[in-house]
Design a protein around this ligand. Structure first.
Ligand SMILES: [Zn+2]
Length: 476
């Protein structure tokens, strides 16, 4: 049964229908999903459904669709989830709970826009399309195949996907917010299992062979803002473009990494954003970069050579070097919060070293002053690499302040490309990640010239808090 608007006679897309969740009773569940319990829904499942466009009750009419037989995969999904190790406990628990109420789900919709159904007799129909949440996840595989064709090695996708061949040791990590878990721990694995000939209905693998299921679904929890749920209609919202007009990308990246909803719901407040930016990013990391580079530039004009090392010098160099295994290990386990905190702990050690050694008091012992600054700059260089995954924009600038050239932190870009099969051109997101920093301590070069730095991070005025709160709800 498909939803139609009685007043226009047109199909009502799922997201334009709201009603009460039949599973948990939440009264603002959407036609495709309940944000409260996370279950996937069809519009006809809703109790008291209503159109979000004009409030009318949709009419349900019989229509013809293809369905994915999810219950046929319940057992195989359960077995697969039982073998998962190292997932965030909340994600695994949530995924297993979804298996308790699996229903067959329509994989197509009555729409004119979208991907046509690639089957004889359906391909040319203008009124039926693949449901976006199915073609979105299939896109992980199809985009890999397209990428391989563009790379000049059309078989290269197999290194990530082929379960019995080139990709048997590949690991696949999927990053998302928790409202997308169902599509990645139930829908996409079911499609992959079915394609691989598994599940209660059995069968033979498709032409591509058996395919890899996700190694891990990495999901965060919800972020609220000033204690309220984000809602564009209620103006509880920060648009990324507006944010970037006023603040630096790394200031937001820092906040999300260090205080984001990694394993529990957390709250974004402008006061906390200000504090994190000014007290940690500017006064901690920015200050370390600034005072060590300026002092070396002013007194030596270049990275000074190191003379004999003291125990304190060696201790800081060891701490910085050890950061790579520690921070790297935490990133590998998706403990981003702990990882950036560990990197910032090394920053704190370096700041303490500078304060204890006080090189500004060593005007009459330039060799020792040079050694201290050399050690501090080596720590800056190492900390910069440790922070690069979190703060790529400022990492590039710090790399240049240290006299480095070329790309330190490669960035993705959007490139317009020709369609490989002769269709219209379209944009793809791509990047060259073969260049840039490696995850290791690289010795800095004495004699490399340094310029007096400009501050890498901007200190924010406390008045932004009230300004932003006023913007948040202009009616109050
Ligand atoms: Zn619900």
């Amino acid at each position: 049964m498909g939803a139609i608007s009685p007043s226009t006679g047109r199909t009502l897309p799922d997201r334009y229908i709201e009603g009460t969740c039949p599973i948990c009773g939440y009264d603002s569940a959407r036609g495709d999903q309940c944000d409260n319990c996370g279950n996937q829904l069809d519009p006809i499942d809703l109790v008291n459904p209503r159109s979000k466009i004009n409030g009318e009750t949709p009419r349900f009419v019989e229509t013809e669709h293809f369905f994915l037989d999810l219950p046929a995969f319940a057992q195989a999904l359960g077995k697969w989830l039982d073998t998962r190790e190292g997932w965030r406990p909340n994600v695994l628990r949530f995924s297993k709970n979804l298996l308790d109420d699996l229903q067959p789900r329509a994989i197509t919709r009555d729409l004119e826009w979208g991907v046509p159904i690639p089957l004889e007799g359906w391909r040319d129909r203008s009124d039926k399309r693949i449901y976006v949440w199915f073609d979105a996840v299939i896109g992980y595989l199809s985009a890999s195949i397209e990428w391989a064709r563009r790379s000049g090695d059309p078989e290269a996708w197999r290194r990530w996907w082929e379960a019995d061949g080139a990709g048997k040791d590949a690991r696949g990590y999927y990053f998302m917010g928790k409202d997308n878990i169902v599509f990645h721990s139930v829908i996409w694995p079911s499609l992959l299992l079915g394609y691989s000939g598994e599940g209660d209905r059995g069968g033979e693998p498709g032409d591509l062979g058996r395919l890899n299921l996700p190694t891990e679904v990495v999901s965060s929890e919800f972020l609220t803002m000033e204690g309220r749920k984000f809602s564009s209609s209620r103006q509880v919202v920060i648009y990324v473009r507006d944010f970037l007009d006023r603040y630096d990308a790394d200031a937001l990246r820092y906040f999300i990494a260090v205080a984001g909803p990694e394993s529990q719901d957390t709250d974004f407040t402008w006061a906390e954003f200000l504090r994190r930016n000014n007290d940690e990013l500017v006064a901690g990391w920015g200050n370390l970069v600034n005072r060590s580079v300026s002092m070396a530039a002013k007194n030596f004009g270049a990275i000074p050579p190191a003379g004999p090392l003291t125990d304190e010098d060696r201790a800081l160099l060891e701490t910085a070097k050890a950061g790579f295994a520690q921070v790297g290990g935490l990133i590998e386990k998706h403990r981003q919060k702990q990882a950036i905190s560990e990197a910032m702990r090394v920053v704190g050690e370096a700041n303490k070293y500078l304060s204890d050694q006080a090189p500004w008091k060593m005007k009459d012992d330039p060799e020792r002053m040079g050694t201290v600054l050399h050690v501090a700059l080596q720590a800056v260089s190492d900390c910069n690499t440790l922070l690069t995954p979190f703060l790529p924009h400022s990492a590039q600038r710090v790399h240049e302040l240290l006299g480095g050239t070329g790309v330190h932190a490669p960035m993705p870009s959007i490139v317009e490309v020709e369609d490989l099969d002769g269709g219209p051109s379209y944009p793809i997101l791509t990047g060259d990640y073969t260049v840039g920093a490696r995850w290791e301590s690289v010795p800095i070069e004495a004699g490399r010239s340094l310029a007096t730095p400009k501050p890498v991070f901007r200190k924010l005025d406390p008045s932004i808090v009230d300004e932003e709160l006023a913007r948040l709800d202009p009616r109050e």
